[in-house]
Design a protein around this ligand. Structure first.
Ligand SMILES: Nc1ncnc2c1ncn2[C@@H]1O[C@H](COP(=O)(O)OP(=O)(O)OP(=O)(O)O)[C@@H](O)[C@H]1O
Length: 232
């Protein structure tokens, strides 16, 4: 679904955030992006969302070139991608229901469709009974569930999650991971940037490790760190 060919990104200040990246991410897969702070993980996801353009190379999303894509087509690309952040980024003055409905209003869904779909999605993330509350009346884990509901409500092909468990205690983090796994099982591709070693090591999904802008490791059923000399 995503292919990068010799992709490099140098920011205007000369920082080489990505260097000669080649990668292919298949539809329906679950991928962890790991690496030290400043390695280039966010830049990698920003290229897919067309928030940044590569300096060199080619990127295909579902067969379409993001390099050649016109600005006027970017909103259609972004409809295919749901984004989840560490700090939730909910609208503080809107209810849980309205936060999720808003994502559908932006894509001009009919009010009938919104009334059908929002309760379904809130039920799926376990917030069926909290629709009328405001974000500050929810726990961190519940706020992240709202943000996941908002990300999936338009049924995107891909979810990009940037440190989605970074603000959560381990148990709540695990619940959020279970939810993301369930979404992945239903067919949505997930790319998750994280520093959560325990989560990556327990899930045994594909791990792409980036350091200094380069992919230094890419393993199916991988772990957070390179395993050396492990006897199984
Ligand atoms: N808009 C920008 N302009 C200039 N340099 C940038 C910009 N965005 C990121 N960088 C630099 O590019 C490099 C890669 O940054 P990036 O945010 O992709 O790393 P990261 O792996 O996501 O880090 P973290 O784990 O801290 O989120 C860093 O050196 C960063 O300072």
């Amino acid at each position: 679904m995503i292919q990068m060919f010799n992709v490099s990104k140098t920011y205007a200040n000369g920082v080489k955030a990505l260097v000669d990246v080649n990668v292919r991410i298949h539809k329906g897969s679950f991928v962890f992006l790991v690496g030290p702070s400043g390695a280039g993980k966010s830049t990698f996801t920003k290229l897919i969302f067309r928030e940044e353009a590569p300096t060199r190379g080619q990127i295909l999303f579902d067969g379409r070139s993001l390099v050649r894509m016109r600005d006027s087509e970017v909103p259609f690309l972004r409809r295919q991608i749901g984004v989840v952040f560490q700090d939730f980024r909910l609208l503080p003055n809107k209810s849980v229901y309205d936060n999720v409905a808003f994502a559908m209003e932006i894509v001009e869904a009919s009010s009938k469709r919104i009334r059908q779909r929002v309760p379904q999605v809130l039920e799926m993330v376990g917030l069926g009974k909290k629709a009328e509350l405001l974000p500050n009346q929810l726990s961190g884990g519940e706020q992240q569930r709202v943000s996941i509901a908002r990300a999936i409500v338009n049924d995107p092909m891909l979810i990009i999650a940037d440190e989605p468990t970074g603000n959560l205690d381990p148990e709540t983090a695990q619940e959020i991971m279970n939810l993301l796994l369930e979404i992945n099982r239903r067919g949505t591709t997930i790319i998750m940037a994280t520093h959560a070693k325990d989560i990556v090591d327990s899930m045994r999904k594909r791990v792409i490790a980036i350091e200094g802008g380069r992919i230094v490791r890419d393993e199916e059923r991988g772990s957070y760190e390179q395993e050396r000399g492990v006897i199984r």
